[in-house]
Each structure stands twice: as structure tokens, then as C-alpha cells.
Design a protein around this ligand. Structure first.
Ligand code: URA
Length: 194
């Protein structure tokens, strides 16, 4: 049995050659994601922005700095968790990914989840939440634990957050996001003891 890290490396190699949608034609590189292969928490964002596309790493711009700060509040570093996006290639001008683009990336995301097998998936923003919990509203769901069976991965714990980029310059959303983020350790503890 290959280690989780080796499986992720193999997947990364395959993903680099993806041509399932048009985004690969305009982006600089596929942003696979990063973190600990043994992570208990998997953060799933939307899509790479300009900086992520340049550096090939997720959440390294302003939203990423904010995410790092919030991880610090709960005594975690990005090396302790795993961070990916729903869409692995940067949409031009940072437009929202189209449904066919996130659909094209879905099998890659599922493979990442199946390898990492996180105890908790934290969705960042509406696009990420909708991939898994499509009939729900983020304004109602943020800060709550949802257990849902996804056919390809089985029973999974989800925790929904507002997107750090959306909350960055919006005082009340920022406050809510930080409050929700601070609850993550308790949510994880509950999952482990239930
Ligand atoms: N926003 C995202 O959703 N993902 C990134 O990687 C960066 C910004």
C-alpha cells in the first residue's frame, strides 16, 4: 500500500496533464493543493487567483494571509491541515468558475478526498459548499456541522465557512467568519468522541 503522500504525488503528476476543461489553456499551472497528507482537516476553497497561479500554491494572496491568521488563532499551521480548491486552474480575470469547469475538476477533488480521508471538510465560500451541500444557503449553514453521505466518498463531516476573500473587507462577515473558525477545534473534538 502506497503512503498517502506518495498517492498524492502520483495524483499531482496526473493532474498536471489535465485538459478536461478550457481553463488549462489560459492558466499558468494546475494548483494541486498542499499540506499534511495525514491532516484531519481539509480546507476546500474556490479556485486559484493570480498569486496562486504564479506560485502554484493555494491561498497565498491576501485571502491566504487571512486564512493563515485564523489557523494561528486555533494553534494550527497550514502544514497541519490540507488546503485545496474545487477548481484547480485559475479562471481568467478571477471570474467565478463555470459549472462545467467545477464539474470537470470534481473527479480530481474526489480523489484527493479519498486519499486524505479527512475527519472534517471545511468548505470556504459558497462555491465550495454547493459542491457538497447544494440545496443549502451559506447564510444559514455557516458555522454548523453537517454530516452527509456523498456516494463516492461515503459518510463525511462538513463545516461551512464564509470565504476569507469575501469576509476580508466586510466587517460583520469577517467577525462571523472568525467566530465560526474558532469553533473548529470543538467541532473536531465532537467528531472524534461521537
Ligand atoms: N481563493 C480561493 O478560493 N482559493 C485560493 O487558492 C485563493 C483564493
Amino acid at each position: 500500500m502506497l503512503s498517502k503522500q506518495t498517492q498524492l504525488n502520483n495524483l499531482d503528476e496526473q493532474m498536471a496533464n489535465c485538459s478536461a476543461c478550457i481553463l488549462r489553456k489560459t492558466c499558468s499551472r494546475v494548483v494541486f493543493g498542499e499540506g499534511s497528507a495525514e491532516a484531519e482537516i481539509l480546507f476546500i476553497g474556490e479556485a486559484p487567483g493570480k498569486k496562486e497561479d504564479e506560485l502554484g500554491r493555494p491561498f497565498v494572496g491576501a485571502a491566504g494571509k487571512f486564512l493563515d491568521e485564523m489557523l494561528g488563532i486555533i494553534n494550527l499551521k497550514r502544514e497541519d491541515v490540507y488546503i485545496v480548491n474545487v477548481c484547480k486552474c485559475r479562471p481568467p480575470q478571477n471570474r467565478d468558475p463555470l459549472p462545467e469547469e467545477t464539474a470537470a475538476c470534481w473527479p480530481w477533488l474526489l480523489e484527493q478526498i479519498k486519499i486524505i480521508r479527512p475527519k472534517l471538510i471545511v468548505t470556504l465560500g459558497r462555491h465550495s459548499m454547493e459542491r457538497f451541500l447544494s440545496d443549502k444557503k451559506i447564510s444559514q449553514l455557516h458555522g454548523t456541522l453537517v454530516i452527509k453521505t456523498i456516494p463516492e466518498i461515503g459518510k463525511q463531516n462538513f463545516y461551512t465557512l464564509y470565504h476569507p476573500a469575501a469576509a476580508l473587507y466586510n466587517g460583520s462577515m469577517r467577525k462571523t467568519l472568525i467566530q465560526d473558525f474558532k469553533k473548529i477545534p470543538k467541532v473536531l473534538e465532537k467528531i472524534k468522541t461521537d
